[in-house]
Each structure stands twice: as C-alpha cells, then as structure tokens.
Design a protein around this ligand. Structure first.
Ligand code: NAD
Length: 498
C-alpha cells in the first residue's frame, strides 16, 4: 500500500492534517494507496518554500533554466515505462495511452525549452529625441496549477513546464484520484537539477484548492477540470486579485457530411469516442451525420465496431480501453445511459452489463451507442465523460453547424468531408475553440495554444504555445532618454510623438 504525502522544498513530506483519501486501482477496484489531503497550513508551507527559492531561480539565466528541463526530458525517457505503468494503474487507461499522456506533456516541456526566445522583449531605438523604448518579460513569482484526474502527467506538465522555464516557482495541486505520477515528476525535476522549492506538489481536495486561491503569495492559478469547479476557481481566484485561467468540460461534436469517407469517419469516431473510456476533454461524444442516407451508412459501420470493442485491464496488451476511474464515475456514466433510455433515445449498443472476467470488482463498462438523440435531451446537453456516443441526425449542414454553435460547451469539434468549401466554411463559422478537419481529436501541438470557448474555458489566454509565456510572465516597458543633457523644461501635457 502506497502512502502519498506532499513534495515540498525538494523533499517528500508526510501529510499532517490527519485527513486522507483512498487511491483506487480501477482495473480491479482494490485500494492502491492513501493520499494525504493538505490543510491550509500545509499549502502555506509549500508556498513559503516556493517563495524563498524563486528569486534565485529567476536570476538564473534562461538558457541554464532550459538545460534543467532538457535533463528532465532525458530522465522522463529513462523512467517512461515505470511512469506509464503507475499512471495506467491509478487512472485505468491503457499503457500505450498512458505513454501518450506523458508524451503530450513532455512536448510542452520541449516547447518551454525555447524560453530564452519566448522571454525576449521588444526594442525601439529613437522613439523620440534620445528616447529608446524596450519591454521585458518577467516571471510572476509563485504560480499554482490545479489539475484533473484524466491526464495526470500531461496537464501538470502543460502548466509547470512553461511556468518554471519562465523563472517562476510552482505549486501543483493534482487530482487526489491519481497522485502517483505528479509526485514522480517532482522527483525527476529535482534529479534534473531544479532547485528545491521550485516545483512543489500539495495533494488535497477543496480545502487545499481554497487555500491556493486565497494565498496572497500565489500570483497566478491555472486550473483544468469540470466546468462547475472551473467557474468557482475562476471567480474566487479573480476576486483574490490573481491571474486565473480555467479550462472546463466539453461536449465535442463530429459532423459527418454525406461525401465523407465513411470508413475513415467510423474509425475516427471509435478512437475519439471510446479511447480512454471517453474520459478525455477532447473525446467526441456527439456524432452528427448530415442526411438520412449518411446517417444510415454511418450506423451500419459503427454498430459492429462498437460491439467489437476490446475492453480490459489497463496493464493488458491489445486492449482498446480500460476501466473508468472510480466506482462513482462508473455509476454516474451508467446512470446517464439509463437517463438516455428514459428520454427516448434509441440505445443501439448497451455496454452497461459488461463484466470483466477475473476482474469483477474493476470499474468496467462496455461501449454504448445511442441513435436518434435530440438536442433537448440531458444526454446531449451534459458532459457524460464515459464510453457513450450519441448520434444526432441532422437534415442539413446548417442544422449540424447550429448544433455545435448553440451547445453551451465549445472545446473541440470536427468535420469529416471531402469538400474543401464545406470544411473552410465550417472552420470559419463554428463557435468552438479547436477545430479538426478530418481530424477527430484536434489537440493542437505544443507550439500552438490549447483552449475551448464558451463554458469550456474561463479567462483570456490559452494553455501552452506562446500564450503560456504570456500567462506566466508580466510585461514591463521601459522608456529611457539618453543623453540626459537635453533641457526642455517641465511639460504639463501628456507626452506625444506628434
Ligand atoms: P474535477 O473538477 O472534479 O477536479 C479538478 C480539480 O479540482 C481536482 O484537482 C480536484 O481536486 C479539484 N476539485 C474537485 N472538487 C472541488 C471543489 N468542490 N472545490 C475545489 N476544488 C475541487 O474534474 P475531474 O473529474 O478531475 O476531471 C474531469 C473534468 O475535467 C471533465 O469535465 C473534463 O472535461 C475536464 N477536463 C478539461 C480539460 C480542458 O482542457 N478543457 C482537460 C482535461 C479535463
């Protein structure tokens, strides 16, 4: 049994609050470990360590900071198998998918190694007589990340990589469901040469989150999780005067035009709808075929594919997806399937009864496929976050576009078509932050930014890409005049260059 505490000031520290939570192994439902839930005082201890370490780190030149991250990448490659297995055991996703989770996080660290370039300011020589103007980017000080269970490596690294590269110290409050990998990342950062106190992990629940939000020394908070908590974190963090960005839930649509390659579209829906048991914020949960003929052709391809999905323990080879993260998540997702049936949607494939032989206490369910879902149903409006795909039949392209545009979430969306005009029109008009054209999970690469629209995100700047450096730095602009011998007397009007 593992006992997870915190990682503060370069050391593992046992929890002192007396409160703990069980960490489960979804593949068989066993208790894998216990995680300490931090009190306000423990969060404060992490912040004090971070605050003490940060000035020297900020004064370290950006290339040296980047070299620590290079070493960190090497160490993550060395320990990749170990980390992926731990991740799969605590989360439930398959080992290849866990490796993808780690890799997408490391790609942002690779991008953050460009900090010397990203931190460069601007310079204007001779903006006026003897006047030069320049700007510089400076770190904020102590920043924090509050992250969800579904990407325990990727999202902490999306937050911490650029923040640290920019010269900040970081306090991570990861999900209490799978704390093992974030603590492993902390050990590897230290081994890579990151000074103690620059990357801290405080495990916990709402009490720790509130302590982060209220702490005066934390200047910026990056959150990822469900929309209701995102909204709460955003308003409380902003009220405390912090810079806050919060990324929330999703209901990602895939529009399938009548001219689409149906085999390609079905493949895309199977992978993007059911991969990681649908527990991805960029999972496709709604398929919108345009026209009855396209809908019927799509269903003919989808049904046998959903029925043939291979479900199994996360550590097994050759499995399409593993169990859900917790018993509660399993009940919630099955509950949504019950709701869909009551609402009158046609449940074409029912995975509720699936049992994994030899792993009867694991949190498994089979893939579910609904047809004839309509936009007034709860299973359409709400995020299910499980292996459940809803098909909403649209009569026209415009009706399909309106569905995506009118939905309260706007994280990702995709269109499958061979028609460049339709694809271009869709990309221009759709009211969603990340768009795929014949690409089902359009997660932008590290050097672009990631972020949804509408109730999928709160705050102005996106995650990773250039926005990450904007979020984790503040700009200072210096107007200087040399030589100082010019004497033009006191002026009482605002200076202009007119
Ligand atoms: P969650 O909202 O339950 O938890 C996220 C974080 O908030 C965790 O660290 C958790 O400890 C903390 N938290 C939970 N309840 C809290 C409360 N009452 N007060 C304060 N803090 C609280 O989310 P989750 O179940 O871990 O993750 C799944 C959700 O995350 C889904 O909605 C998914 O769409 C979303 N997600 C979004 C993105 C994105 O980039 N938009 C990426 C990944 C996941």
């Amino acid at each position: 049994m593992r006992n997870y505490g915190h990682f503060i000031g370069g050391k593992h520290v046992a929890g002192k609050s007396g409160r703990t939570a069980d960490v489960f192994q979804p593949l068989d439902g066993s208790v894998f470990g216990k995680v300490a839930l931090a009190s306000k005082a423990e969060v404060r201890e992490a912040v004090e360590n971070a605050k003490a370490a940060q000035p020297a780190w900020a004064a370290t030149n950006p290339q040296r900071r980047a070299r620590v991250l290079m070493k960190f990448l090497e160490l993550c490659a060395r320990d990749n198998d170990k980390m992926a297995e731990l991740l799969a055991r605590e989360h439930g996703k398959t080992i290849p998918d866990a490796k993808g989770d780690i890799q997408r996080g490391l790609e942002v660290v690779e991008f953050a190694i460009g900090a010397p370039q990203m931190m460069k300011g601007e310079y204007t020589e001779g903006a006026g007589p003897g006047i030069d103007i320049y700007s510089m980017r400076q770190p904020l000080g102590v920043c924090a990340g509050i992250t969800p269970f579904n990407f325990p490596a990727m999202i902490p690294l999306w937050k911490a990589g650029p923040a640290i590269a920019a010269g900040n110290a970081f306090v991570l409050k990861p999900s209490e469901r799978d704390p093992g990998v974030p603590l492993m990342l902390a050990e590897l950062f230290l081994e890579a040469g990151l000074p103690p106190g620059i990357f801290n992990v405080v495990n916990g629940d709402k009490e720790a989150v509130d302590a982060v939000l209220d702490d005066e020394d934390i200047k910026a908070v990056g959150f990822v999780g469900s929309t209701s908590i995102a909204e709460y974190v955003y308003s409380r963090g902003c009220a405390a005067g912090k810079r806050v960005q919060c990324f929330g839930g999703a209901k990602n649509h895939m529009i399938i035009m009548p001219d689409a390659d149906m085999d390609q579209a079905a493949d895309a829906l199977i992978g993007a709808g059911y991969g990681s048991a649908g527990e991805r914020c960029m999972a496709i949960s709604v398929a919108v075929p345009v026209g009855e003929d396209a809908a019927n052709r799509l269903m003919d391809k989808l049904v046998p594919r959903v029925e043939a999905l291979k479900i199994g323990p996360s550590t097994a080879a050759d499995v399409d997806f593993g169990p859900l993260v917790t018993a509660q998540a399993l009940e919630r997702v099955k509950g949504y399937v019950d709701i869909g049936v009551k609402e009158g949607a046609k449940l074409v494939v029912d995975g509720r009864g699936f049992k994994m032989q030899g792993y009867e206490n694991g949190y498994y369910m089979g893939g579910c496929l609904f047809d004839n879902v309509t936009k007034d149903m709860r299973i359409y409006k709400e995020e299910i976050f499980g292996p459940v795909l809803s098909v909403v039949r649209a009569k026209t392209y415009n009706e399909a576009l309106d569905l995506a545009n009118d939905h309260e979430y706007g994280n990702g969306v995709a269109i499958y078509t061979r028609d460049g005009d339709a694809a271009r029109d869709f990309a221009a008009k759709v009211n969603v932050g990340m768009v795929g054209i014949n690409v089902p999970i359009p997660v932008p690469l590290a050097y672009y930014t990631f972020g949804g629209w509408k109730r999928s995100s709160f705050g102005d700047l996106n995650q990773h890409g250039p926005d990450a450096f904007r979020f984790y730095t503040k700009t200072k602009t210096v107007t200087s005049r040399w030589p100082s011998g010019i004497k033009d007397g006191a002026s009482f009007v605002i200076p202009t260059m007119g």
